[in-house]
Design a binder for this molecule. Sequence first.
Ligand code: COA
Length: 389
Amino acid sequence: MDVHATLGAAERAAVLGLIEAVTAADGFRPLSDQKWVHLSGAAADAAAELAAASRAAAQPTATPAAAPPGVPAAGGVGPRGDGADAGDRAGGPDRAGRDANRVVRRGGPLALLAWIPASGRAEGPPVGYGQLQSGDGTWTVEVAVHPDHRDPQGTVETLLLTTALAVVADLGGSALRVWMAAPPPEREAVAQRLGFTLERELRQLRVPLPLVDAVRQATAPVAVRPFRPGGDEAAWLRANNRAFAGHPEQGDWTLGDLAARRREPWFDPRGFLLHEEDGRLAAFCWTKIHHETRPPVGEIYVIAVDPEFQGRGLGRALAVAGLEHLTAMGLTEGMLFVDGANTPALALYASLGFTPARVDRAYVRPVDGHGGGPERPQTPETPTARPIP
Ligand SMILES: CC(C)(COP(=O)(O)OP(=O)(O)OC[C@H]1O[C@@H](n2cnc3c(N)ncnc32)[C@H](O)[C@@H]1OP(=O)(O)O)[C@@H](O)C(=O)NCCC(=O)NCCS
């Protein structure tokens, strides 16, 4: 098992291959958008851009790729002990967890790679990948296991989650959340065996396009215009962070988060619709087209109404404007993700004709600091520690 603060080119390519295999087998990418952006490199590029900008402004922020204590830095496979796994490297009990945690946050997520020992040599692609990220005092991990290396017991997934728990314990403890995309029962059983409990559900909803006439007729349209890169960022961040205040993934976006999306190949300002009132950004609907699916699907990627403007029909008007844009782009199916507890949004989407297509689940577990994590797995016959060269 390896833990990296930053993946080298070869390791990243291997992980991308693993994600491709999982996507082909499951029919969807196993990582959330945020984790995918980090893995695919846009976040690193954006962080580098920000670091350059902040150097120019003499502000020591957003330093990319700072490795936490004991974790290999960019491209490297760090010092190895006697088959030690991540928990032995990522910080230690002599380190203040808070300090280590801060370094990890500044350096971005940690990558967990599970390998199969091959004749004493570290060869072959990884069979499992996990991305572990801290934020807002908690940690989140998402894992992907190669389809050829899944078993009913979830051995590789257990290894990845156990390692994540050990890393979090060594870095001072906190809560660890694991997001699972449309998990089959055996995946949820792994989380439950490791002491995680169900915390949240994220529902994927779909609607056929074009919208039916009755929906369009029941909507009072409002003026929208495309997002202007280089001009609308501050206003958008303000509206987004106000509308999603307290939301664990969406409530605290920075310019870097936005810049990372702008670098994604799917980014198209024509589908990022803003509505202003009295010169203020009141509501927006940001769409994203998934050309990789057959047929392509049009997603409402982020939609929100500034709290001051909610309850006046703007959410409905912007959702319809976004879906009509997707229809004009030739899409025949609309899609979005919504938190299972977001009652206003669920009511809105139901009234537009969306129906449930898939459920993702978040499991969470408290983790004691300073080595208080679970025991490390002892399964020498199965995928476990990468062999010592
Ligand atoms: C969800 C959100 C976009 C709705 O926007 P809005 O302008 O307040 O909503 P509207 O006035 O257009 O109302 C649209 C529908 O939502 C429902 N709704 C709005 N607020 C509601 C509430 N507090 N409780 C229950 N239903 C509510 C209404 O019943 C309405 O349905 P109808 O058109 O069939 O009558 C807005 O609340 C928001 O920005 N929330 C925070 C960000 C967010 O959660 N975004 C969605 C992420 S998936």
